[in-house]
Design a protein around this ligand. Sequence first.
Ligand code: ATP
Ligand code: MG
Length: 568
Amino acid sequence: MEENKAKNGTELQTHFIKQIIDKDIENNKNDGKVHTRFPPEPNGYLHIGHAKSICLNFGLAKEYNGFCNLRFDDTNPEKEDVEYVDSIKDDVKWLGFDWDDRLYFASDYFDKLYNYALDLIKMGKAFVCDLSGKEMREYRGTLTEPGKNSPYRDRTIEENISLFEKMKNGEFDEGSKVLRAKIDMSSPNINMRDPVIYRIRKIDHHRTGSKWNVYPMYDYTHCISDAIEGITHSVCTLEFEDHRPLYDWILDTLETEKHPQQIEFARLNINYTVMSKRTLLYLVNEGIVDGWDDPRMPTISGLRRRGVSPGAIRMFADQIGIAKSNSIVDIAFLDYCIREDLNKYAKRVMGVLEPLKLVIDNYPEDKVEMLPAINNPEDPEMGEREIPFSKYLYIEKNDFMEDPPKKYFRLSPGKEIRLKHAFYVKCIRVEKDEAGNITEIGCTYDPKTKGGWSDDGRKVKGTSHWVSAKHAVSAEIRLYDKLFNMENPSELENSELRGNINPESIIVLKNCKLEPSLSDADDTINYQFLRQGYFVLDQKDSTKDNLVFNRTVSMRDTWAKLMKKMGK
Ligand code: ATP
Ligand code: MG
């Protein structure tokens, strides 16, 4: 893959949008400047698809020494909320981007947009239409048949001005009239068949209150907002490709001073998850998930709570690339990016998720040895810590088998394994309760193998993690997996979502036993529990008395294996 060096020294991939910008700079278009924007509608929390757009828009600005605005596209009064505005700002900042003083709201332009609409009317390029929604659809025609002109299309300019003013003043009912651009009912592009540009909504807006009874439509608002802000490259997703002629028509007709260039790229889709805010809102409202920041959600806040870092998301956004045709990214690739990132700095510790008692029969009753353990083999600067070893330990239940198959290298009767950072131990007895469940394993240890090495050439194949029973801290651990049990849940109706949730998308384990250093964990530290995956303290539910850890991602990495196989 072609790569180039970003200004900040990181390797970023090149793509067709950069090639367009490079050409523009070469031709001194826009005086060689780059000014982008990220335009969310504040009707939900941001998801990882938005992160792709954020990384692209803010990333381009950074790379070309330009600017990127944060603009709330808040033309839809009923679904929008300040809670969403605040969460979006937090998420963009957390991802590592900054709009400085360039925070805008489309609603800031309502007066200008209204005046531009009057200009269109005065040019004979817009008219007030009384057709009902149903009639308008009938008049619109189809992909193969042209539309028909509205009977209201030829109203005089004076009448249109007067009616539009009355619409604004609240003199008509919702749905009784709209303002439409007068373009071409026989255009092969349905978006050009006299599209609605204003509708009556008698609803308060979260920023403009009760001032307006008419609200501008998205297509009309977006291009004008871009032009007002002097955006040079207006990057959007592919579904707007067919809207581009309208984008250009509005700006050409109004002869705005600036005429940004709309460029479309493929939106991010990931399998086993949904990515539309409407669907995510449904999951939240129906209690199918535990809020927008449920760690199983593809939202930025969910990923953050699960322990994913902004760096991992930026790496993912860059690596998946920017393309012109839609595709679906494998969720395993996101997990791969998360692991690659965490592997660099996660602190290695030991935690037993499903504890099984192990007693060292030949170890003195009250003795405690402090054993050094390295915090991160990838980064010696992270140093060492000491962990207590004693007669009574816990190991992982599935690290022992009484009657193992042939190539089983973990603990079983008569077998010897290494306890990580500690000693070799050999199983000499198994205790069971009346029901036949194993309750305790008895071992002997070899004091000469301190540190987990033997100098007599004796080798062991298995290494287990462990904790000292009386020193361990108890914790609740939440394991996460794919939210849906089908690859393409975005094809489902909302009512079908609940039935397709992966029942193992969350597994809660209580009374896990962790090494004592985790008693002062905080949610800014990422841990690797040896052999179990990466974990972080849950920022919402964890308390001093009831520690809760989320598993960010397991250790198993099918993607890395695949890459290796392909020789990458
Ligand atoms: P949704 O369908 O999830 O509600 P949206 O496109 O309506 O998404 P907006 O708030 O309008 O959400 O999106 C803001 C910006 O983020 C837009 O420029 C949009 O193109 C981009 N965006 C949204 N979803 C994705 C995605 N899956 N991949 C890439 N960009 C996206
Ligand atoms: Mg949208």
